[in-house]
Design a protein around this ligand. Structure first.
Ligand code: AMP
Length: 200
């Protein structure tokens, strides 16, 4: 049964993740756990609006747990990424730029789960916008089972090579466990730690 979604969510988090399921069952399990966590704490999920891959898993789990789910998808991807018509709000926009802008506006924080080229592009944009001061929202990267080890190593090489600095690195919260990372992101927003709804 789908729980009722709160009109005023406790927080709003944008999740970037693969439009494919990947080969590791643990990644899909995590996507579902993240969606459930958001719903159980009265939060709102903002995401790319598709039903395919990890994106669909996080959205389905969030909806089932009572989250508001805001999907934003370009018209050209409605069929390819199977637009999720059950979203609380589904915005079909004209361009990828509109999609990214709206997703960024509607979120208090950003979290990238394992994903492919689109996920990485979105993560890097949220990060670069943060370091340029276009927004002041926390950005997280879930390095589950070392999926992003090589990328994180490359980022550290960028610091060693003098093209990046530690302050830029501090704008990204990373971790291998999804729940502490989510809690850290919410903490960085300055919102109170969200309680599990119905918990005593
Ligand atoms: P992927 O990680 O490649 O499976 O893609 C995850 C999501 O990122 C999908 O919804 C893609 O449509 C989206 N995406 C792909 N390219 C971009 C881009 N340049 N900017 C924003 N999102 C993108």
């Amino acid at each position: 049964m789908t729980a009722a979604s709160p009109a005023q969510p406790a927080f709003s988090i944008c999740v970037y993740c693969g439009s494919r399921p990947g080969t590791q069952a643990a990644h899909a399990q995590t996507a579902r756990a993240v969606g459930r966590w958001i719903g159980e704490r009265g939060g709102q999920l903002v995401y790319g609006g598709g039903r395919s891959g990890l994106m669909g898993q996080v959205a389905d789990a969030a909806l089932a747990a009572g989250a508001r789910v805001v999907g934003v998808i370009p018209q050209s991807l409605v069929d390819r990424e199977h637009a999720h018509r059950s979203c609380t709000e589904l915005h079909v926009v004209q361009t990828m730029h509109e999609r990214k802008r709206l997703m960024a506006e509607r979120a208090d924080a950003f979290l990238a789960l394992p994903g492919g080229i689109g996920t990485m592009e979105e993560f890097f944009e949220a990060w670069t916008w943060r370091q340029l001061g276009y927004h002041d929202k926390p950005v997280g990267l879930l390095n589950q089972d070392g999926y992003y080890d090589a990328l994180l190593q490359f980022m550290r090489d960028g610091v060693r090579g003098g093209f990046m600095d530690e302050e830029q690195m501090r704008f990204v919260a990373t971790g291998s466990q999804w729940q502490p990372l989510l809690e850290e992101l919410i903490h960085r927003t300055g919102f109170p730690a969200p309680m599990r709804l119905g918990a005593v």
